[in-house]
Write a protein of this length. Structure first.
Length: 386
């Protein structure tokens, strides 16, 4: 009954927070509880006190951590002011160490050695990036091929359910670049946001992250190994703002480099994808060099979010930071702040999750086996610290 109670609580909180439930593929009978936030809190506290009675340790520890995050989310929805660090610690089991913005200034300066052309740095960067944008009419073919490549690579190392399938869909007006909506029965809907032009360098990354060996594989294996084989029905529901997301995003991000080395990534992008998009491979190669240099900008979202959400900078200042240090247009910068508005400290799960998963996996001789183990067990972030 504890697992069923947990499912009901997560779904009930989802009635108050439309973004809270990322996936659910269990019975409809657990839906429809119109409990107030206070009622959900009281039931969650009672559940947590009862978890360790006869469940296996990994199972109850995982559920206990998820319930702890649920209680924090209730506090936030009830109007309690929570600092960025306290929020990330209780929801995702991590705390971010801030970087000074001078770190990003140094990264931007280092671009001069690899960025071709004349004029302002942003103009040159935008000019190069525009040369590797995928024409709208070629999007389907390019993304289909990238998914196929990622799927073939994952199948070499991971035993996937024979029935696993996915759909690929292009959408607009979203705060994210891509999303995986897991439907159960090893089936996913993978969406790609086309508010802004997609560049060829990101296609393999996105399809690994959302598909193979990322979110689609993670959810498929949880369903196969934990739900179907062991009866851990609590895994039929996935609360987005929880420690589970650090594992989900960390494995999805690290899965890119586990699947393809930088050399393989470049070769596949130039030889397999660029021809499908009718792009010049010389432009792709030039941009990939720039991309390597600006990779440290990936932590910028965490530094902006931590200051913005703690009230140390205004929304317009946050947009300006992304535009200044992130090498993006004001429109793209605004989209990034809208993601923070919607998801708050969730931005930490990508970079910090990747680092945690990478450190764990690379401490093992068989990296794919270690990676797959994370996907098939009730894994918490603290379990990966060695």
């Amino acid at each position: 009954m504890r697992s069923q109670t947990y499912i009901r609580l997560v779904l009930a909180l989802g009635e108050h927070d439309k973004n809270y439930v990322d996936a659910y593929y269990g019975p409809d009978e657990y839906r429809g509880n119109d409990w107030s936030l206070d009622e959900i809190r009281a039931k969650a506290v009672a559940l947590r006190e009862d978890l360790a009675t006869d469940l296996s340790e990994p199972r109850w520890r995982f559920m206990d951590r998820q319930v702890d995050g649920l209680l924090t989310r209730i506090d936030m929805l009830s109007g309690k002011q929570v600092s960025f660090d306290d929020e990330s610690k209780t929801l995702y089991d991590i705390v971010y160490t801030r970087k000074d913005f001078s770190f990003y200034e140094d990264v931007i300066r280092s671009l001069e050695a690899v960025l071709p052309g004349g004029g302002s740095q942003l103009d040159r960067f935008e000019s190069l990036r525009s040369k590797i944008e995928i024409p709208t009419e070629r999007m389907q073919a390019v993304f289909d091929r990238a998914l196929q490549l990622a799927r073939e690579q994952s199948r070499k190392h991971i035993e996937l359910p024979e029935t696993e399938t996915f759909e690929l869909e292009f959408v607009k007006d979203q705060v994210w670049g891509g999303y995986n909506w897991y439907k159960g029965n090893s089936h996913s809907l993978i969406q790609v946001n086309t508010d802004f032009p997609s560049t060829i360098d990101r296609v393999i990354d996105l399809m690994c992250h959302e598909g193979y060996p990322g979110h689609h594989v993670y959810n498929s294996l949880l369903e196969k190994k934990l739900v179907n084989e062991l009866g851990y029905v609590e895994f039929t529901v996935y609360p987005l703002f929880s420690a589970q997301s650090l594992i989900a995003e960390g494995t999805a991000e690290y899965g890119i480099e586990l699947s393809f080395s930088p050399e393989e990534h470049l070769a596949l992008t130039c030889n397999e994808l660029a021809p499908l998009a009718n792009l010049n491979t010389a432009d792709v190669e030039a941009y990939m060099k720039v991309r390597d240099v600006i990779a440290p900008l990936g932590s910028l979202a965490s530094d902006v979010a931590s200051r913005y959400l703690d009230g140390e900078m205004s929304r317009s200042e946050a947009v300006d930071c992304f535009a200044t240090y992130g090498l993006v247009s004001p429109e793209r910068a605004d989209q990034r702040v809208r993601f923070i508005d919607a998801n708050r400290s969730y931005v930490l799960t990508y970079g910090m999750g990747k680092e945690l998963v990478r450190n764990y996996v690379q401490s093992h001789d068989d990296r794919w086996a270690a990676f797959t183990k994370i996907l098939c067990e009730p894994t918490l972030p603290s379990d990966l610290i060695r």
